[in-house]
Design a protein around this ligand. Structure first.
Ligand SMILES: NC(=O)c1ccc[n+]([C@@H]2O[C@H](COP(=O)([O-])OP(=O)(O)OC[C@H]3O[C@@H](n4cnc5c(N)ncnc54)[C@H](OP(=O)(O)O)[C@@H]3O)[C@@H](O)[C@H]2O)c1
Length: 175
């Protein structure tokens, strides 16, 4: 069965970015992100893809990028032009490769793909950054999400954070 999850690092106000960059780079969180996504499929918006090093897809995983631009080309990525196309393509590839699907941002893509996701892996940072302009949809019970488990508190420089695993209460299956 195909599993589609969201993965993100959020601050205490559920902010995820500023000026098309992330708010902070926590080395251990990058390892956590790699552990989940390497060998699997990530779905990203065009702006997030362009925020990656060199504006290029992340290595060792299938990158699906969503854009409305029909002429958009980026090497080593699958380019799609709607949310539905992204979901269908990701499921097809996931079945061919037995791979999991991770929705990896940014805000526009999380908000539109939340409906397809059953899990969310959130690095929750106990700090509110002064500047932010991109936000994750806050995962509350009202939206159907429950916090299933969380890690011990961790520390990077003076920043405290934890890993959270949320699941959707009313699961529906993607086939
Ligand atoms: N903290 C984290 O974990 C994390 C993770 C990822 C990203 N981020 C941050 O999130 C921010 C970027 O988020 P964002 O919301 O500005 O951009 P985004 O979601 O990465 O990309 C938006 C772009 O995706 C395309 N798009 C969106 N919906 C579409 C649809 N229905 N059909 C076709 N194309 C569609 C459009 O591309 P075109 O304009 O080309 O049509 C749109 O401009 C950055 O600050 C980034 O660093 C943070």
């Amino acid at each position: 069965m195909t599993k589609m999850s969201m993965i993100a690092a959020v601050d205490a106000g559920w902010a995820i970015g500023y000026k098309n960059d992330v708010l902070i780079r926590i080395p251990e969180d990058r390892v956590f992100f790699r552990k989940h996504t390497v060998g699997n499929i990530i779905i990203v918006g065009r702006r997030t893809l362009e925020s990656f090093p060199g504006g290029l897809p992340l290595k060792d995983r299938t990158n699906i990028v969503i854009t409305s631009n029909k002429d958009y080309y980026v090497p080593q990525a699958v380019v799609v032009h709607s949310i539905t196309e992204a979901a269908i393509k990701a499921i097809q590839i996931s079945e061919e490769m037995s791979a999991d699907i991770y929705v990896a941002g940014g805000e526009q893509i999380y908000r539109q793909m939340e409906q397809y996701c059953t899990d969310a892996y959130i690095t929750y940072i106990y700090h509110k950054f002064e500047h932010s302009d991109a936000f994750f949809p806050e995962l509350t019970r009202q939206r159907g999400w429950v916090l299933k488990e969380y890690s011990d508190l961790k520390c990077y420089e003076d920043i405290i954070y934890e890993y959270r695993h949320y699941v959707k209460e009313t699961r529906y299956e993607i086939s």
